[in-house]
Design a binder for this molecule. Structure first.
Ligand SMILES: Cc1cc2nc3c(=O)[nH]c(=O)nc-3n(C[C@H](O)[C@H](O)[C@H](O)COP(=O)(O)OP(=O)(O)OC[C@H]3O[C@@H](n4cnc5c(N)ncnc54)[C@H](O)[C@@H]3O)c2cc1C
Length: 560
């Protein structure tokens, strides 16, 4: 329960380094706990929200057209977590609009993959729908019928698969995601898992260890056609993995989309950050913008004493919560570092952690209505007969690889369902493309992001034209963000837009923890600590770090 008001105890103050959704929700929780007289957010940029950002672009040719883009999140998943968080924070949740019956449309390169013994010939379905597409249909019957038209028996396999994936989601959330771990022994304790077995078996997961198998391999137990498997696996992009390395427990991503639905905040994702910002100010959180923290300071007793911002100004604090990307912060903020390891400064090859992809993002203001083939959310998957799906997950620009003929990417067209995404005499559309490439640690020597931007723009426009969306001469205005820009705008290590990857070695206990074990009073919140990336997980991260802080403060602290 969250309580307002200070209890009788000595004055405490907290500084939150960074005002992303993780920092904002942590600051509100700390203030509401009544345990802190002062809670301050120090944010390096001149606005709050971090990666949750709205970009408005005006056409350079006709000033009357204005386009709105979500440059960060565009998919509102795990709606229950939003409702829970906003209720706990005492804040009104912006309206969540379901995107309709099609969660995403998946476009496969013409010809489709042809591995010996698998897949049927490319299916042509439905009038007016381009060939080689599959839709993530949110109605079970429609989805089953669609899959059955591609592969005999796939409709029935779908109900079994989704039951198992939903079970993985529910069991995994309680056992691994939505809780802190005090010790490794607690994390791996077999006694913890015994009570879960009946639930797993009931959900069709007879062998719990199968949840550690690579996701694509696990799905082969249900579907032969690689396009169907791709429809339920491309989501691993968000956690920095490919379907061939992500554990099958990540079937939970497709499970939440298919069973909880895919939503979009009315007015754009920026509304989520604005609601948090308003609540933070309402409860008395102080905010300082353009305040980049360069050091965490400690007292002679070894307890944190505050932070120092660029320019040398000190800010006293008895608790410091770092919302800046954890691996970046541990390398670049003086006074932080990993326990048991020498502090590592700057970038460099000595970082053995796994990172998510670099992202080249295009925001295009488009005049014209030739986008009928697209839905609000679209995924383009490269799968030519000459290449396997697996190869297509190699990040373009990576060391040791040539640039591929085709690649995977995602397109968001909010103007398909939200008329407020554009204004001016139409038809107008705002189109945002996320194109995964090598992050800065993986980038091949001699390859420049500027070259990858040109190459990927051509590739995207060509693929769009192939499915009947010809944007030539129709892009009125463009903004591009490459991994260098992600890094400099948000201090994201290696320019990896989704932070640390979520391989088995970086999950649960093995993900960098939310408490700095070697510095009393220093904690972490956000996408690169426990439990992981994505707005709903970052909301959980804020809840978990506050639980930990209040636990450390002792029994007098209110329950969050
Ligand atoms: C392109 C893209 C698409 C995405 N799509 C989705 C999606 O569809 N759905 C979804 O749920 N999630 C999505 N995500 C992930 C989601 O945006 C993040 O997981 C989440 O916003 C991270 O929040 P955070 O608070 O952990 O970090 P951030 O938003 O990065 O906030 C950290 C803040 O710290 C500040 N900072 C850094 N260093 C310092 C310093 N030294 N001093 C002071 N301040 C500092 C930064 O400026 C930033 O404001 C997407 C992310 C990206 C990049």
């Amino acid at each position: 329960m969250v309580m307002e008001g200070a209890a009788g105890r000595s004055a405490r103050s907290a500084v939150v380094v960074g005002g992303g959704v993780g920092g904002l929700s942590t600051a509100i929780r700390l203030k509401l706990s009544g345990q802190f007289d002062r809670v301050r957010i120090l944010e390096k940029n001149d606005r709050l929200g971090g990666r949750v950002k709205t970009l408005m672009l005006e056409s350079s040719t006709s000033s009357s057209s204005v386009y709105r883009f979500d440059t960060g999140p565009s998919l509102l998943l795990f709606p229950e977590e939003y409702m829970r968080t906003f209720e706990e924070l005492g804040c009104e949740l912006p309206e969540m609009k379901p995107v309709g019956s099609v969660g995403y449309r998946c476009f496969f390169n013409r010809g489709g993959p042809r591995r010996p013994g698998e897949g049927s010939s490319a299916t042509r379905r439905g009038e007016g729908q381009p060939p080689d597409t599959l839709d993530l249909l949110l109605e079970d019957d429609e989805m089953a019928a669609q899959l059955e038209s591609v592969e005999e028996g796939a409709g029935e396999a779908y109900s079994r698969m989704i039951r198992a994936a939903r079970t993985a989601l529910e069991v995994g959330n309680g056992a691994f995601i939505d809780r802190n771990f005090a010790t490794l022994a607690e994390f791996v304790n077999p006694l913890r898992f015994l009570p879960l077995l009946p639930r797993l078996v009931d959900g069709g997961i007879l062998n719990p260890l199968s949840l550690l198998r690579p996701l694509d391999g696990w799905l082969r137990g249900y579907f032969r056609d690689p396009r169907i498997r791709a429809l339920f696996t491309f989501q691993t992009l968000y956690v920095g993995l490919s379907p061939y390395t992500a554990p099958s427990a990540f079937s939970l991503l497709a499970a939440t989309e298919l069973t909880d639905g895919v939503y979009y905040p009315a007015g754009g994702f920026g509304e989520v950050a604005l609601a948090l910002e308003a609540r933070a100010k309402q409860v008395g959180v102080e905010v300082e913008l353009a305040a980049e923290v360069e050091a965490v300071t400690t007292s002679s007793r070894g307890w944190v004493s505050g932070v120092r911002t660029k320019g040398g100004r000190g800010h006293d604090a008895s608790v410091v919560v770092v919302n800046a990307d954890l691996p970046w912060a541990q390398r670049n903020i003086a006074g932080l570092g990993e326990k048991g390891k020498t502090e590592v400064r700057g970038g460099g090859p000595d970082d053995s952690r796994g990172y998510s992809a670099g992202i080249v993002e295009f925001c295009w203001g488009v005049r014209g209505d030739d986008l009928q083939a697209l839905q609000q959310h679209n995924v383009f998957l490269s799968s030519k007969s000459s290449k396997s799906f697996e190869e297509s997950w190699t990040r373009p620009g990576s060391k040791g690889g040539d640039l591929p003929e085709d690649a995977n990417f995602y397109i968001h067209v909010p103007s398909k369902t939200d008329p407020t995404a554009v204004s001016g005499p139409g038809p107008l559309h705002s189109v945002m493309v996320l194109f995964p490439v090598a992050n800065k640690a993986e980038l091949q020597a001699g390859v420049e992001y500027a070259d990858l931007v040109e190459w990927s723009r051509d590739l995207i426009l060509r693929r769009l034209k192939e499915v009947g969306v010809d944007l030539e001469g129709k892009i009125e205005v463009e903004a591009v963000t490459d991994p260098d820009a992600w890094e400099s705008e948000y201090n994201l290590q290696n320019g990896a837009a989704f932070g640390l990857a979520h391989g088995l070695d970086q999950l649960g206990w093995f993900r960098p923890r939310n408490k700095d074990e070697s510095r009393c009073g220093v904690y972490y919140v956000g996408a690169s600590t426990h439990p992981g990336n994505g707005v709903p997980l970052v909301f959980k991260s804020a809840r978990l770090v506050c639980e930990r802080i209040l636990e450390d403060l002792g029994p007098s602290a209110n329950e969050m």
